[in-house]
Design a protein around this ligand. Structure first.
Ligand SMILES: CC(C)(COP(=O)(O)OP(=O)(O)OC[C@H]1O[C@@H](n2cnc3c(N)ncnc32)[C@H](O)[C@@H]1OP(=O)(O)O)[C@@H](O)C(=O)NCCC(=O)NCCS
Length: 165
């Protein structure tokens, strides 16, 4: 199994894996598999990794810039992250996330935020932050991991690619 940066030949398989993975969860939507392509087209895909096994794409994770409060430098969003349903629970998602966070840190990032279940993301060091807001409100799913310095406070503005319409 190899984790590496995406290349154009991966794009279709990445979209398929993402669509299949998000179809297995109640919070998934068809839009989830479009986000990485929209980020890429907008020049906002800071880092995109795939897991390849025997020539097949088994998963991928994307990172894109976020604005927190009035701060637009150094903070990124992790997501979407997806693993092919037949490969869930084998540690692939964890390896992908750990590798992605290490590479993001090496790029000089100050930290990373995401929206997700803390029961999964706590293992990577993410913590729910009451100082972070979405639409002016705290969220039990809005988490951050800082690599350097303090975690900023305020509204988290994700790239428009995350939202439909
Ligand atoms: C989330 C996902 C990427 C994890 O990949 P994976 O390779 O199955 O994960 P791992 O094998 O590294 O870890 C499995 C663990 O994650 C847990 N887990 C997976 N998805 C979870 C979720 N949404 N909420 C809470 N825990 C979750 C499993 O219960 C398991 O827990 P355990 O280690 O305590 O037994 C994968 O399940 C997936 O593609 N899900 C559909 C898309 C999705 O939900 N993406 C994340 C959106 S925030």
């Amino acid at each position: 199994m190899k984790i590496r940066e995406e290349v154009p030949a991966d794009f279709a398989a990445m979209d398929r894996v993402c669509a299949a993975a998000f179809a297995t969860v109640p919070y998934g939507s068809p839009h989830d598999s479009k986000i990485t392509g929209l980020l890429r087209d907008a020049g906002a895909l800071t880092l995109s990794l795939v897991v390849e096994d025997a020539g097949e794409i088994q998963g991928h994770v994307s990172f894109s810039p976020v604005i927190i409060g009035n701060r637009s430098e150094g903070w990124y969003c992790l997501g979407p992250v997806a693993v092919a349903p037949e490969s869930h629970g084998k540690g692939i998602g964890s390896q992908l996330i750990r590798d992605g966070l290490a590479r993001l840190k090496d790029l000089g990032a100050l930290g990373c935020v995401l929206l997700g279940n803390p029961a999964y993301y706590a293992r990577f060091g993410f913590e729910v932050q009451n100082g972070l807001l979405m639409d002016g409100e705290t969220s039990p799913y809005l988490q951050a991991l800082n690599f350097q310095g303090e975690i900023p406070e305020g509204e988290v503005t994700f790239h428009p690619a995350f939202f439909e319409g």
